[in-house]
Design a protein around this ligand. Structure first.
Ligand code: 0A1
Ligand code: ZN
Length: 877
């Protein structure tokens, strides 16, 4: 069905631009309804560009009002402007200045790409292809120019005027208007351009870099919200210090500004010196933000700041290289959180996220390599694969090369490519050279889609005192890639002796085993450990050392042993999850689950709960069964999400029911009167307490009452929302009234409204779809706001599998209906909501038919945007 090849762009077709732009001088006259942009581009033909090569500039939704070359107006035949851009038919064969004047309408811009207006504030989003909606340009990341921007606006409507770089001039223009001039000395691609104009409040602070440069920091927001910006500021300063300490990276401008806006398609954007944020990733105070919000803010502030070196100073040659900046920057923000909080807990949470978001993508119709080799719509490639698998690939490099080797590679990368737009090949070459090694095969991770499966066999020879591990890898086919090559898989391991301690061995033969890492780089490798007196229990893929699915064939006994003794916290958690997963899967498959098996798991959970040294946040993650989506992935085909839910709920009761008294006692013991702080220790304690509440709401008759009580008594949003979620997800009798109360209490706060929408969307009862439909159909529902739509529709499609996949199709139709409606205004967000369907081929037949009917209905409903059409076509392929 993949017939639409005319818009497909291929990596193999990359060629450098025939023209470059050295410098940009912009004059942006901001005014309600029509904003005018005068651009002076200093353009140079590349050395090998033949005379007379047309100059093709990108442009979208622009009205050209004036055009001149070196000050002389252009005659009609010398250029052509259409809906895709502007062509100069025969530009000068030397450096020249092209001047254009265009009119744009930010108020009508509901796509939120280019210059748009959010809550009265003019702001921009240019990555990946938004700059072309502001002026005609070579809108590609390998064209790097310096920018000088003069902005003017009505002083009352927009007292604050911000752009990239340093402020070099400002003043009054009379007539109630004023102006500001910003200059960014660092050459940058157009996607990093930003400006903001509006009536904003701010908080300010400063940071002195290691080399003594004082940087002025400010966070801008709507009036009255300043007190909610302090956590973001604190996170920024810690990020700046961390990047100096860990990667020797200092900030390079005199100012660093952050602006919070209410309408934003993604999380945040790393524009040079002027980061623009979705306000949900800035605002925090204990009464309205949860611990998870605080942690997210810290993470994303760090992420965008880290982009200054990995993304801005060194950028991407083309959009195929997106994970060069994103995978690496996610890796860096993960390391930051690990250093600031608990490394083990962070790793487990990241792997849970990878499995819930990236694995389904990698195993379904939307699978693509971390570096794709073709795309129709680049906006659809800001994916968990590019970001999170991209980070896993960098992490594997660090595992294979060791801390020092990895640092050497990073140092060389920063030194060699500063100021450039580069590629994955250039990045890998730095690590290969710095470590005198070959990474050619390793590169396959970037080029091959799909999650590898690793199968393990073991053999103990009591006479020879040898213990042999055989590791096999296999990556299933993905769209367009039927045959897969062997990857370089670092398998971190340990061998546990009878008392749970690591055993020693004399020597290893067979495959390469560096310290505690076996390198699985062929379809099959064998490792023989000599001098082993008793059969050890292997702990494999420690710390989740590769983004793979591990099949060990270990017995329940071995898994219980690991759950009790493994010194690797990740694998300890994994062992408990594996036991739970096997029990739920067996029960869904109608196999009998012995009392003994559930009792053993109950016992393991009891030990975890009572453990003296494991931290609270770890316990919160361990005291659970894998979620419904994880069970579905383990089953793999003909999935019936309702059956999974039923089995899982009943197993929760069997496993945790006998512990109800202990859960409750611990729940009470964790009560704290300490004033709220968002640090790891205190939030871990709340995590565990709220995890116990959620279990109690499901397995104990007292649970609903406890949830109700906690809801009323809560002194912060973490505890209040956790109580509401516990009641709603267990659909207790009080759930509807608590939901109603929450809605009224926080009526004025859009970010809390999102929490309410998201928890409503996850309710398990059969009326959920009609309730959601009613919410969405209310004329006052802010349908243009991406956060609201994602909270309601996205949460339903992604986090309520049993209701989304109802066999009557009502869940599917609710989502396609919302997508169709959203697509008219904001195609990027619509396309993303539609990815909720990415696992439909895994469903049992009647649900598959219902999903297909809804998808075909969408396809037949008229003209869809390129974004939505691209996702739809790939899903149906
Ligand atoms: N570079 C940003 C992500 C981003 C991408 C596209 C956007 O608008 C369409 C906005 C942000 C990041 O990684 O944070
Ligand atoms: Zn990023």
């Amino acid at each position: 069905m993949r017939t639409d090849t005319e818009h497909t762009i291929y990596l193999k077709d990359y060629s450098p631009s025939a023209y470059t732009i050295e410098s940009v001088v912009l004059d942006v006259r901001i005014a309600p309804e029509t904003t005018r942009v005068r651009a002076q581009l200093t353009i140079v033909p590349a050395a090998n560009t033949p005379r007379g090569t047309p100059l093709i500039l990108d442009g979208e939704d622009l009205r050209l009002e004036d055009i001149a070359v070196d000050g002389a107006p252009l005659v009609q035949l010398a250029y052509a402007a259409d809906e895709n851009g502007l062509t100069l038919v025969e530009p000068p064969n030397r450096r020249f200045v092209l001047e254009t004047l265009v009119a744009i309408e930010p108020e009508a811009n509901t796509r939120l790409m280019g210059l748009y207006r959010s809550n009265g504030v003019w702001c921009t989003q240019c990555e990946p292809e938004g700059f072309r909606r502001i002026t005609y340009y070579l809108d590609r990341p390998d064209v790097l120019a310096t920018f000088k921007v003069t902005m003017s606006a009505d002083e009352e409507l927009a007292p604050v005027l911000l752009a990239n770089g340093n402020l070099i001039d400002k003043g009054s223009l009379g007539d109630g208007k004023h102006y500001a001039v910003w200059e960014d000395p660092f050459p940058k691609p157009s996607y990093l351009f930003a400006l903001v104009a509006g009536d904003l409040a701010s908080i300010s602070d400063s940071f002195t870099t290691a080399s003594g440069r004082k940087v002025d920091l400010a966070i801008y927001c709507e009036h009255g919200k300043q007190d909610q910006c302090h956590w973001a500021m604190d996170s920024l300063k810690r990020s700046m210090a961390w990047d100096e300490k860990r990667f020797d990276r200092e900030y390079d401008l005199d100012v660093f500004n952050i602006v919070a806006v209410s309408d934003f398609n993604f999380g945040a954007m790393e524009n040079k010196g002027l980061n623009i944020f979705n306000d949900k990733l800035v605002f925090a105070r204990p009464e309205t933000a949860t611990d998870a919000d605080y942690e997210n803010i810290e993470r994303v502030i760090a992420h965008e700041y880290f982009h200054n070196w990995t993304g801005n100073r060194i950028t991407c040659r083309d959009w195929f290289q997106l994970c060069l900046k994103e995978g690496l920057t996610v890796y860096r923000d993960q390391e930051f959180t690990s250093d600031e909080r608990s490394r083990a807990v962070k790793r487990i949470s990241d792997v849970m996220k990878l499995r819930s978001a990236q694995f389904p993508e990698d195993g379904g119709p939307l699978a693509h390599p971390a570096r794709p080799d073709n795309y129709r719509e680049i906006n659809n490639f800001y994916t968990p694969t590019v970001y999170d698998k991209g980070a896993e690939i960098v992490r594997m490099l660090a595992t294979l090369l060791g801390e020092d080797g990895f640092k050497k590679g990073m140092d060389l990368y920063f030194e060699r490519h500063d100021g450039e737009a580069t590629t994955i090949e250039a990045f890998l070459a730095c690590f290969a050279e710095a470590n005198d090694t070959d990474l050619d095969q390793f590169k396959t991770w970037y080029e091959q889609a799909g999650t590898p499966r690793i199968e393990i066999n073991e053999q103990f020879d009591a006479d020879a005192h040898t213990y042999t591990l055989t590791l096999r890898q296999n990556t299933p086919p993905t769209p367009g890639q039927p045959d897969k090559a062997a990857l370089v898989v670092p398998v971190r391991f340990g061998l546990l002796g009878p008392n749970g301690a690591e055993i020693g061995y004399e020597r290893v033969t067979g495959a390469e085993a560096r310290d505690d890492v076996i390198v699985l780089d062929k379809p099959e490798v064998e490792v023989v450990f000599h001098g082993v007196a008793n059969r050890p229990v292997p702990s494999l893929l420690r710390g989740f050392s590769a983004p793979a699915i591990l099949e060990t064939g270990l017995s329940e006994q071995d898994r219980l042993f690991l759950a009790r003794h493994d010194s690797d916290a990740f694998n300890r958690w994994q062992a408990i999850q594996d036991i739970g997963e096997r029990l739920v899967v067996a029960s869904v498959n109608g196999e009998s689950v012995s009392d003994e098996a559930t009792e053993a798991l109950t016992q393991a959970m009891a030990e975890t709960l009572a453990h003296e040294t494991l931290d609270d946040a770890f316990k919160a993650l361990a005291l659970n069964l894998p979620d419904e989506a994880q069970i579905a992935r383990a089953i793999g085909k003909s999935v019936d999400p309702s059956a999974i839910r039923a089995s899982r709920q009943s197993l929760l009761k069997q496993v945790f029911g006998p512990l109800a008294d202990r859960l409750e006692a611990k729940y009470e013991a964790l009560t704290s009167e300490a004033p709220y702080t968002p640090d790891a220790a205190q939030s871990g304690r709340r995590d565990l307490r709220n995890r116990l509440l959620s279990l109690l709401a499901t397995v104990s008759t007292k649970g609903p009452e406890l949830a109700h009580r906690q809801y009323q008594a809560a002194k912060n949003m973490t505890d209040r929302f956790a109580a509401l979620a516990a009641a709603t997800l267990a659909w207790t009798e009080e759930a509807p009234s608590l939901l109603a109360e929450f809605r009224t209490t926080y009526a004025g706060d859009p970010l809390v409204f999102d929490k309410w929408l998201a928890v409503n969307a996850r309710a398990p009862d059969d009326s959920v779809v009609s309730r959601l439909q009613a919410i969405l159909s209310d004329p006052s529902f802010p349908k243009n706001n991406p956060n609201r739509m994602r909270a309601l529709v996205g949460s339903f499609a992604m986090a309520n599998p049993a209701q989304f996949t109802r066999p009557d199709g009502a869940g599917f139709r609710f989502v396609t209906g919302a997508v169709l409606d959203m697509d008219k205004r904001n195609p990027q967000v619509a396309a993303r909501l539609l990815t909720g369907f990415r696992t439909w081929p895994m469903l049992e037949d009647s649900r598959q038919q219902a999903a297909l009917a809804a998808l075909h209905g969408l396809r037949d409903s008229g003209a869809l945007s390129r974004n939505t059409n691209d996702i739809l076509t790939r899903i149906l392929d």
